[in-house]
Design a protein around this ligand. Structure first.
Ligand code: TXA
Ligand code: MG
Length: 386
């Protein structure tokens, strides 16, 4: 076991060279340093050093055919890593870098196959986080960085999460406070004829559509992996993070939604009566009310069986829930808050030894598609439609 040192950055918007110089030197010489980015914490090593890449796979317990993202701090650092920059790559880099977007390019000879998991393409991202960018600039090498979690756990969004998983395995943890976004970057493959989203994130399909004529979405994103499916991001084929407890998402059927807004339907009558009973200060819309009602029923049934049961609700609904263990993941009307808190809530349920978890589900558009992608994977696509 090595000693893991923690460096707390005093002002995360203006990190100082002397705070990061030593860790940058460790990176350059082949050691491992975890650092904050605007998406999640990364586990960094020199992307051009095969031994460093091997250490990353070992520290995470990650299969070595699952490639790493090379992080850069400015455009000049891209050229040596790639064979060419296709037009779509230029457009997207200009629009979204620095930021939560990873682009897949044909790789140059400089990038070792250990970093790319044997692929002829390389994933590159220029993070916006000032601490990340200064660290990469001072290291003077591209920094390979997967999320800084043990393989199979939720990505870390605080330095404490990193410490839980990486203590004794890496030289430094740079503590830049909680991250901003909370979900991993959007991955777009620009190495082929049609730009393809391999992983949804904070740069959304809607934003990409606005800039590019045509965008494809890899089918591995939207549903469970089926026989013969070959996802383009190798990471998608591995059993993804699953909470220790069994997570089930609760979603409304289209039919239910219709009835909730059809005066005269049985459901409309039932829900209006219950909502009227609550009095004037009632703020919930009928959909949220109905979803909370059903989540409550499912959780109560498990509790009656003596199972340790948790509920993932929202600020809007959390008071409706009667289960002993319940957490709000954020405001339903603010998807950013849900993305920001999701992994921390899932880690907390693991820590609490919850056996069954029921979660509300969310809209599938904009940032919601990244949220639902991670939730669906965590639930193994277990959904109850009510
Ligand atoms: O937000 C992020 O992207 C974070 C922070 C630290 O930057 N990093 C991150 O890395 O999420 P990781 O290793 O946890 O996820 C990288 C994903 C994996 O699913 C991997 O299979 C895919 O990117 N990937 C990497 N290189 C690829 C390539 N050449 N072709 C296709 N997919 C690739
Ligand atoms: Mg990861």
């Amino acid at each position: 076991m090595m000693k893991t040192k923690r460096i707390v950055i005093r002002d995360v918007r203006h990190p100082q060279d002397e705070e990061l110089a030593e860790a940058a030197g460790v990176l350059r010489k082949g050691g491992l340093v975890a650092f904050p980015t605007e998406t999640v914490y990364g586990l960094g090593g020199n992307a051009l050093d095969e031994e460093a890449a091997k250490k990353i796979y070992a520290a995470k317990g990650r299969p070595s055919d699952n490639p790493l993202i090379a992080h850069i701090s400015c455009m000049e650092e891209l050229t040596p890593l790639v064979k060419e920059i296709p037009p779509a790559g230029k457009i997207l880099a200009k629009a979204f870098w620095p930021g939560p977007l990873t682009l897949i390019f044909p790789k140059s000879g400089t990038v070792p196959y250990t970093t790319t998991g044997g692929l002829d393409t390389v994933a590159v991202r220029m993070p916006a986080d000032p601490v990340a960018r200064k660290l990469i600039r001072l290291a003077k090498v591209p920094v390979a960085a997967p999320s800084a979690n043990t393989s199979g756990r939720p990505s870390p969004t605080t330095a404490d999460h990193v410490q839980q998983d990486m203590e004794g395995k890496i030289q430094y943890i740079i503590d830049g406070g909680p991250v901003g976004i909370g979900l991993e970057s959007t991955i777009v493959d620009v190495s082929g004829p049609v730009p393809t989203i391999l992983r949804p994130g904070a740069v959304t399909l809607e934003m990409l559509n606005g800039l590019l004529g045509q965008v494809r979405v890899d089918p591995a994103i939207s549903g469970p992996m089926t026989e013969g499916m070959r996802p383009k991001a190798p990471g998608m084929k591995y059993k993804h993070y699953a909470p220790r407890g069994e997570l089930t998402l609760v979603a409304l059927k289209a039919e239910t939604l219709k009835c909730l807004y059809t005066p005269g339907s049985r459901l409309y009558g039932e829900v209006s009566r219950m909502m009227a009973d609550r009095g004037k200060n009632w703020k919930l819309d009928p959909e949220s009310f109905y979803m909370a009602w059903k989540v409550n029923e499912l959780a109560a049934e498990k509790e009656r069986e003596g199972k340790r049961t948790g509920i993932i609700g929202t600020d809007e609904t959390i008071d409706e829930y009667t289960a002993a263990i319940k957490r709000s993941v954020g405001k339903r009307e603010n998807a950013g808050s849900i993305a920001h808190n999701l992994y921390a809530v899932l880690r907390e349920f693991d820590d609490l030894g919850v056996e069954y978890i029921y979660s509300e589900s969310f809209a599938h558009d904009h940032l919601g598609s990244a949220i639902m992608n991670r939730l669906n994977k965590a639930a193994g696509y277990r959904i109850i439609e009510v």
